[in-house]
Design a binder for this molecule. Structure first.
Ligand code: IVH
Length: 649
C-alpha cells in the first residue's frame, strides 16, 4: 500500500463507519470493512510515523489510564428546570413569553444517558469532558475516541464545544447485563448507569466494547452565526454527528402538548431510553436576552414523562442501619424491567408503612418508578395473596450488631454507638459530596478499611499511612496514593462542610452554612438565644446542636485542629455609588461580556434582573438592543449606554 492509497483507505473506512454508526444505513459488509481495515493496520505497523489521527485504528482503545484528571469546560454546562404536568408547562410558557415575544420552540427527546462535552479545535477532537459539576468535569478523551458516532475530525476549524448525551441502546444494555449475570458480576441498574460507568473505564477497551452512542443536543462555546438553534443543530449534524430522533418545532402550548403526547405514546419504540421532552426557545437572540438562573437556562426546560407502573413480587425485606442508628426496611422484589431499567428493590420508608399497607413476603404488588428515585410500592394486590401468609413482624434486634432496638414509633433505632453499620455509614457520610467531599473514598473503600481495622472513626482517616493501604489486596500504588492525597486535601475546606460532616441530628447542609456564615468556628461557644436569632434555625435544631456540643466538645475540638476549616471572608458592603441598591437590566451586546458587567454591577450592590418592569431603575444597553429597550422607554425607565454607565462611576 502506498501512502496515497493509505489515505484513501482511511477515507473509505470512515465513510463506511459513518454510514453504519451515524446514518444507521450500512453500505458495505463486515468482511469488506475488515479486509481494508487490516490493510490499514499493516501499513501503520510498517510506517508508525505516518499514522493519521483520524484513522479508525486510533479508536481501538488500547489505552489504560491510571485515573482521570479534572478538566474545565470552556463554558458552563447547565441543568434544566423540570416540568411535570401541563400546568407547569403553562406557567413556564407564561414566564418565557414575558421575557421575550414572538418566539418558537425546538422540541426533542430528553435522552437518558451521561452528558459529554466535546471540544474541537482546528477540526480535531482535542478533549472530551464529562459534565462533572457543570464547570469542571473529568477528561475522558481516550474513551470518547472509541465511540464511533463521535467524529475524530470535523470540517469546522474554529474552536467549538459540542454537547450531547452518551447513551446505550436498550438492546445492548440487556446484552451487557445478561453477560454480567453469567460472569457473576453485579448488574447495572439502568442504561444511564451503564453509559456513565462505561465512559469512566480506566481500560478504554471496555468502553469500546459497550457500543456507546453519542447524540448531540447543543453547543457550548461557538462562533456559529445562525439566528436559530435548529439551524445550528443542522450544521452540527452535517459535521458528521448522529441526528437524534423526533426533533420538531412548535409554536405555543397546544403544539408543544401534542408533540409531548406523541412522544409519550411512542417512547417504547425508540432504541434508547427517553425520560422526557426538552423544550428550547429556538431564537438565539431571545435565548441570550433571557439568560440563566443560577442553575438553568431560562429559555429551556425538561417536560418529564409520567412514571411507569409494573406488578412484581416481594421476595424479602432487607434491613439497613443508617449512621443515626435508624433501621430502614427495603423490599427486595422479583427483578422487573420498567422502561429498560431492571428494578430489584423498592423503598418501604419505615415499619409503620409496612403495617399501613400490610405488606407481606410473597405478596404481589404494584411498583411505580419515576425518574432516578428508587421505586415505590403503591399497592398490594391482596386478592392474589396465598392462604396462610403471615403479617410482617418488626425486628427487635439490630440486624447488624444484635443489640436491642428502640421503637420510637415511625423510627426504629439501634442504640449501639459502636454498631459497625452506624460507624461505617457515618464515615461514608463524612467523606460524601456535601460534607468533606473526599474523592475516591466511596462506600466500598470505607467498608474495606473498617473491616481491615484501619479505621474505627473519622479521626483515624487522618492517621492512615500509604504503607498500610499498599498492604491490602487490590490497593495499587496510584489508587492508594490518591486516597491519601484526597484525605489530606479535605483539610482547610469551608467550615460549613466540617459542621455538616459531623452528622448532627437536624443540622443539614443549609443549617451548617447558616451557622458557618454567622458564627464561623465560634459556633462551639454559642447559646440558644444566639441560635434562635439566626434565619432558619428553629428550637429543635438549636437544642440538637447544643446537646451535640455538650456531649462531643472534645471530639469537635480535635477534629477542628486536624481539619483547620476555613471561615468565610466577611462580605464587604459596597461603597456608595449610583447603582447601589438599584435594579438594573442589561440588553444588547457590549464591549465586555454581559456576565462580567453583571458581576461588576453586583459587586457595586446592584440587583441585575433579566426583564424590564416598572421597578427597573436603569436599563443599560449595547448594540442591537431589542424589545427590552423599547419596553424601558415605554415605561419611562432611565436608559444608559455602557459608556455612560462607566462615566457615572
Ligand atoms: S439541553 C442548555 N437537550 O439533561 C440546556 N439536555 O437536565 C442543556 N439531556 O445535563 C441541556 N437529552 O445531559 C438537553 N435533548 C437534550 C437532552 C439533554 C438529555 C440531559 C443533559 C443535561 C440534562 C439536563
Amino acid at each position: 500500500m502506498t501512502h496515497v492509497q493509505y489515505l484513501e483507505a482511511i477515507k473509505t473506512l470512515n465513510t463506511y463507519a459513518h454510514h453504519y454508526y451515524v446514518l444507521d444505513d450500512p453500505i458495505t459488509t463486515d468482511e469488506v470493512y475488515d479486509t481494508l481495515y487490516h490493510e490499514v493496520v499493516d501499513y501503520e505497523e510498517s510506517n508508525p510515523a505516518k499514522i493519521q489521527s483520524n484513522s479508525p485504528t486510533q479508536r481501538v482503545g488500547d489505552v489504560i489510564s491510571e485515573g482521570f484528571i479534572k478538566a474545565p469546560h470552556l463554558s458552563r454546562m447547565w441543568s434544566l428546570e423540570d416540568l411535570f404536568n401541563s400546568d407547569n408547562l403553562q406557567k413556564w410558557l407564561t414566564k418565557v413569553a414575558k421575557l421575550s415575544d414572538h418566539i418558537s420552540f425546538y422540541c426533542e427527546p430528553k435522552f437518558d444517558g451521561a452528558s459529554l462535552n466535546l471540544i474541537y479545535n482546528d477540526g480535531n477532537l482535542i478533549q472530551a469532558i464529562t459534565r462533572g459539576d457543570g464547570v469542571v468535569g473529568e477528561d475522558i478523551t481516550q474513551n470518547a475516541k472509541t465511540i464511533r458516532s463521535i467524529p475524530l475530525k470535523i470540517s469546522h476549524l474554529d474552536r467549538i464545544e459540542i454537547r450531547g448525551e452518551v447513551v446505550i441502546f436498550k438492546k445492548d444494555f440487556e446484552k451487557i447485563n445478561l453477560e454480567r449475570a453469567k460472569q457473576g458480576e453485579s448488574l447495572f441498574a439502568n442504561p444511564r448507569n451503564a453509559a456513565a460507568g462505561s465512559l469512566r473505564q480506566l481500560d478504554s477497551r471496555i468502553t469500546s466494547s459497550r457500543n456507546l452512542v453519542f447524540l448531540p443536543y447543543g453547543l457550548g462555546e461557538n462562533i456559529l452565526d445562525f439566528p436559530l438553534l435548529s439551524e445550528k443543530m443542522v450544521f452540527i449534524y452535517n459535521l458528521g454527528f448522529r441526528r437524534p430522533p423526533l426533533r420538531s418545532l412548535a409554536k405555543g402550548f397546544d403544539e408543544i402538548e401534542d408533540t409531548y403526547k406523541q412522544m409519550v405514546k411512542d417512547r417504547d419504540t425508540y432504541e434508547m431510553m427517553l425520560d422526557g421532552m426538552v423544550i428550547k426557545v429556538n431564537e438565539v437572540e431571545a435565548q441570550e436576552e433571557m439568560g440563566y438562573t443560577v442553575k438553568n437556562p431560562r429559555w429551556s426546560s425538561a417536560y418529564k414523562f409520567p412514571a411507569v407502573e409494573k406488578i412484581t413480587t416481594i421476595k424479602d425485606i432487607l434491613l439497613q442501619v443508617g449512621r443515626s442508628g435508624a433501621v430502614t426496611p427495603v423490599a427486595l422484589v422479583e427483578p422487573t424491567a420498567i422502561e429498560g431499567v431492571v428494578v430489584e428493590r423498592a423503598s418501604l420508608h419505615n415499619f409503620d408503612e409496612i403495617d399501613r399497607k400490610d405488606i407481606r413476603l410473597g405478596d404481589k404488588v404494584i411498583i411505580l418508578r419515576s425518574g432516578d428515585v428508587i421505586p415505590k410500592i403503591i399497592k398490594v394486590l391482596v386478592h392474589e395473596r396465598k392462604e396462610g401468609s403471615l403479617a410482617y413482624v418488626r425486628p427487635t434486634l439490630c440486624p447488624v450488631c444484635s443489640s436491642e432496638l428502640l421503637d420510637e414509633g415511625a423510627l426504629t433505632k439501634c442504640q449501639n454507638l459502636e454498631c459497625s453499620s452506624r460507624v461505617v455509614n457515618s464515615i461514608i457520610y463524612f467523606a460524601s459530596k456535601p460534607c468533606l467531599n473526599i474523592d475516591g473514598l466511596g462506600d466500598k473503600i470505607v467498608e474495606r478499611l473498617y473491616e481491615e481495622k484501619l479505621i474505627k472513626s473519622v479521626i483515624d482517616l487522618y492517621d492512615l499511612k500509604l504503607e498500610q493501604l499498599l498492604e491490602l489486596e487490590g490497593f495499587k500504588q496510584k489508587k492508594s496514593e490518591n486516597i491519601i492525597k484526597a484525605i489530606d486535601a479535605s483539610k482547610g475546606k469551608e467550615c460549613w462542610r466540617f459542621i455538616n460532616a459531623m452528622g448532627i441530628e437536624h443540622i443539614g447542609e443549609v443549617a451548617s452554612k447558616t451557622l458557618c456564615s454567622n458564627l464561623g468556628l465560634n459556633f462551639i461557644h454559642t447559646n440558644k438565644e444566639e441560635l434562635l436569632a439566626l434565619d432558619g434555625i428553629g428550637e429543635e435544631m438549636a437544642e440538637s446542636l447544643l446537646e451535640f456540643i455538650r456531649v462531643n466538645e472534645e471530639y469537635i475540638q480535635r477534629l477542628q485542629s486536624i481539619l483547620k476549616p476555613q471561615t468565610p471572608a466577611q462580605k464587604i458592603e459596597a461603597i456608595e455609588n449610583p447603582f447601589k441598591g438599584k435594579i438594573v437590566v442589561l440588553t444588547g451586546s457590549m464591549t465586555r461580556s454581559r456576565g462580567k458587567i453583571k458581576t461588576m454591577l453586583e459587586d457595586l450592590g446592584a440587583k441585575v434582573s433579566g426583564s424590564v418592569s416598572k421597578k427597573t431603575d436603569y436599563l443599560i444597553y449595547g448594540e442591537d438592543a431589542g424589545s427590552k429597550y423599547d419596553k424601558a422607554v415605554d415605561l419611562g425607565v432611565k436608559v444608559l449606554t455602557e459608556s455612560t454607565m462607566l462615566a457615572m462611576l
